[in-house]
Design a protein around this ligand. Structure first.
Ligand SMILES: [Zn+2]
Length: 196
């Protein structure tokens, strides 16, 4: 099983950043956050001998179509049932919490999304005290136009203060990366050892 990691948006993507908070010099740029989490997830999975690949190694914006092409090229090589895509994002729009999207190959993608969601819920009272907004079916471009199971995580809201602080902190980033790693490991277990 090959794990493909997408870290949407590039350095020149307009918008996709936190507000400039009064009296705060920190500002979060989504391209940087996504890449940092993707790098951590890729590094940890690789250390665990799991076949894992970053779809976007550049810091520049790579179009959604090109990112889909890259995923589909790999998916066609290894077989679409032998790979899965996780696209990592931070949310905006004034809410709070975590959510996950799925579209294509509904059964499998929904199952992967469920494993992620369960991981988030299980950590609510320990290290991830944020609302789990749950699974959402949405034909987002990267989910719709890739041919392997795919999910997209929206990790907290850049424009909500408590979420923002967590997204900026080293501890918060380590936890968000670990949620992805643990969920992927749990999902892989269900694939390798199918339920009776
Ligand atoms: Zn995004």
């Amino acid at each position: 099983m090959k794990i493909l990691i997408d870290n949407g948006h590039g350095i020149e993507t307009p918008g996709k950043r936190s507000p400039e908070w009064p009296n705060e010099s920190r500002r979060l740029f989504e391209w940087e956050f996504n890449r940092d989490i993707a790098r951590r997830v890729h590094e940890t999975l690789t250390q665990k001998d799991i076949d894992c690949e970053l779809i976007v190694k550049e810091i520049n914006d790579v179009s959604l179509q090109e990112r889909c092409n890259r995923v589909n090229t790999i998916s066609n090589q290894v077989g679409k049932t032998n790979c899965m895509l996780v696209s990592i994002h931070a949310n905006a729009g004034g809410g709070t919490g975590w959510e996950v999207f799925y579209t294509r190959d509904v059964m499998t993608s929904q199952k992967i999304a469920s494993v992620f969601s369960e991981e988030v819920t299980s950590r609510h009272d320990t290290d991830f005290p944020f609302r789990n907004r749950g699974l959402k079916y949405d034909p987002l471009f990267i989910l719709k136009h890739t041919n392997c199971p795919a999910i997209l995580t929206e990790n907290l809201f850049m424009d909500t203060w408590d979420d923002f602080l967590f997204l900026c902190s080293e501890k918060g980033r380590a936890i968000i990366a670990d949620i992805h790693v643990q969920a992927i490991l749990k999902y892989l277990k269900t694939v390798l050892i199918p339920e009776e």
